[in-house]
Ligand binder design. Sequence first.
Ligand code: NAD
Length: 259
Amino acid sequence: MKLNDKVCVVTGAASGIGKAIAQIYAANGARVVIADLNLDAASKAAEDITASGGTAMAVAMDVTSEEQVNDGVAKVIAAWGQVDVLVSNAGIQIVNPVENYAYADWKKMLAIHLDGAFLTSKAVLPHMYAAGSGSIIFMGSVHSKEASPLKSAYVTAKHGLLGLSRVIAKEGGKKGVRTNVICPGFVRTPLVDKQIPEQAKELNISEDEVVKRVMLGQTVDGEFTTVEDIAEVALFFAAFPTNALTGQSLVASHGWFME
Ligand code: NAD
């Protein structure tokens, strides 16, 4: 049990990658908080974990709302008294070329990905500093390091997470808090399924070509990364015992992006 009794808050954990992270954390002994905009799905995810012998609670949270983030973290502290791990994972995707990218969509994207990471970190850091330890993990992307057409806001936000992570790593180091970024390649979740027809339309190619060429064309084996792959990386970062591993980012993308 790598995370025995640790309290781990995972945002966007009602679906996809976040849900798989919550499951692997619970299976490793953590008390898991499923923080999500969608309370019904979050409650279901928490019930599933509880039914399989784990410990989980659901918290309604829009990560772009300072009030909801602070209320959610206050509920966790009231219930379990501590936050040891934050996975800032909630995210969406909106694709469009820059000249057609609605300003409202740009602001929404930056709010969810960047404000969300900032607000959740800000809310948990005082508790981590008081305890003298903590691990923050941001869900970046290959798009933290690489650009693709149609994804201006996403690429900008995901690059920005590297900067925020490095600042918190420097501010938090002497207080026992570390931060790292996971950079997945394409993972078959609702976020990706939604953009396959959208990209096909925008690029005037078939959906099959979007998958084979745009999404997987530069991998070494034509394979999607899985939610389980990313959950393993998230477990590694959360359970790593010292500050030797901080301010880093790790790409898991079937070789799409190599560094
Ligand atoms: P998903 O759509 O399966 O899950 C996203 C979750 O975030 C949903 O449960 C949704 O309700 C929640 N959410 C959305 N807006 C929110 C908000 N304002 N506040 C709280 N919760 C909110 O998507 P996913 O693919 O699992 O994506 C999770 C993260 O992984 C995102 O940050 C995404 O950018 C990143 N990522 C995904 C891929 C991929 O290929 N799927 C690749 C790289 C990075």
